[in-house]
Write a protein that binds this ligand. Structure first.
Ligand SMILES: [Zn+2]
Ligand SMILES: [Zn+2]
Length: 396
């Protein structure tokens, strides 16, 4: 294994410069045009066949070895988030209100790094490696970017046998790989509640049905689901994450809109929470004379690692010098990588990037998110290793 790590170390400067270039020019879901162009150019330069505009702005590279073997897909997501970066790094986002705050810039660099390593070993490769650069992972409200890629046929022709994905994560220390067999991440649902009141003058609330006041009651009531109505040892979350209403200080508005997310790891709990959100929203609104419209949509399913594949992945990760591999409990984040894992066995794993000494402490999805770039070489080496070993899995 140390060979792939040595090769990753040799291209470390390239990984950092690719990541920084993408970081300065973040692109939101389905607008990853410059990013896709950069990916396509790199793959082309490596002699890897490239297809662009797959499932929207996705890019697929195919590297075929001379010997027969399995087909392994490696996936990186490419989209950024609608956040204003709050750090003073030299390569900070040049786009107002858009930021790579989940590390997808590093995912692209790490997967390109794996492609560089594997392209060097093309003559020894058994089977085929597909590089999936996917749009729109963050856009759960749009259904994400994985399904359109799958619908475009990325898991067919040739049929993919194993799929792997990697995520940078500030929850774990630098150079730590974290994963588990079975369910790794939650299913997510999005909800949108529109409270229909009746506006009027701020001085005369009795002549109105005040949706702002009702919003306050409803947010509190919804927290009763998790704390009072669902088994406390069952993992679940109900979060209201956006509230919009009103225009100025003395006008009671007509309506208010709340949006949020639900996370669960089993279907019965998910159904129960959805029905409680509807019931509580109706009752609270009715109690104060308002009506409401509730929309609840399934976003991503549970991300389930194949136990047999995961066991081999863990073993391989443990062989990478300078890293640590740990088994973690399920997390309530959600990922559209789950859609690939419903079709093909594989494993999703995290690479820790928290490094207090370097000030890399802000969590993913925060304006202060900062990654320890020196971990990227381990990510590239791990992806190259999984592709190399799994293309030869069970092949003589
Ligand atoms: Zn994210
Ligand atoms: Zn992410």
């Amino acid at each position: 294994m140390s060979l792939f790590l040595e090769e990753a170390l040799a291209i470390e400067d390239k990984l950092v410069s690719i990541r920084r270039k993408i970081h300065t020019n973040p692109e939101l879901a389905y607008h990853e045009e410059d990013t896709a162009e950069l990916v396509g150019e790199w793959l082309g330069r490596l002699g890897i066949s490239v297809t662009t505009h797959v499932g929207g702005t996705g890019v697929v590279g195919v590297l075929k070895g001379p010997k027969a073997g399995r087909v392994v897909a490696l996936r990186a997501d490419m989209d950024a988030l609608p956040l204003q970066e709050a750090s003073d790094i030299s390569f900070r986002s040049r786009k107002e209100g858009v930021m790579h705050a989940c590390g997808h810039d590093a995912h692209i660099a790490m997967l390109l790094g794996a492609a560089m390593i594997l392209a060097k070993h093309r003559d020894e490769l058994r089977g085929t490696v597909k590089f999936l650069f996917q749009p729109a992972e963050e856009a759960a409200e749009m259904g994400g970017g994985a399904l359109p890629m799958i619908e475009a046929g990325v898991l067919r022709n040739p049929k993919v046998d194993y799929v792997f994905g990697l995520h940078i994560f500030a929850n774990y220390p630098s150079r730590t790989f974290a994963l588990r067999p079975g369910p790794l991440m939650a299913a997510s649902c999005t909800f949108k509640i529109r409270i229909l009141g009746r506006g009027g003058h701020g001085s005369s609330p009795h002549q109105t049905v005040d949706p702002v006041f009702i919003t306050a009651q409803l947010i509190t009531a919804l927290q009763g689901i998790r704390s009072r109505m669902v088994d406390p040892v069952e993992p679940s979350v109900v979060s209201v994450c956006s509230v919009h209403s009103g225009t100025r200080n003395n006008i009671i508005p007509d309506d208010a809109v709340l949006e949020g997310t639900v996370r669960t790891v089993n279907d019965a709990t998910k159904a129960k929470i959805a029905s409680l959100i509807r019931g509580i929203s109706d009752s609270v609104c009715k109690a104060f004379g308002a009506r409401c419209e509730v929309e609840i949509k399934d976003a991503y399913p549970v991300t389930v690692n194949d136990p047999g594949v995961e066991a081999d992945v863990s073993k391989l990760l443990k062989s990478i010098p300078g890293t640590r591999t740990v088994e973690v409990p399920p997390l309530l984040v959600a990922e559209d990588f789950s859609f690939y894992l419903r079709e093909v066995p594989g494993t999703y794993y995290f690479l820790g990037t928290r490094n207090e000494k370097k000030g890399c402490v802000g969590p993913n999805h925060s304006t202060r998110f900062k990654i320890d770039e020196r971990v990227m070489k381990y990510g590239s080496a791990s992806l190259a290793l999984l592709a190399f070993e799994f293309t030869g899995r069970g092949v003589r």
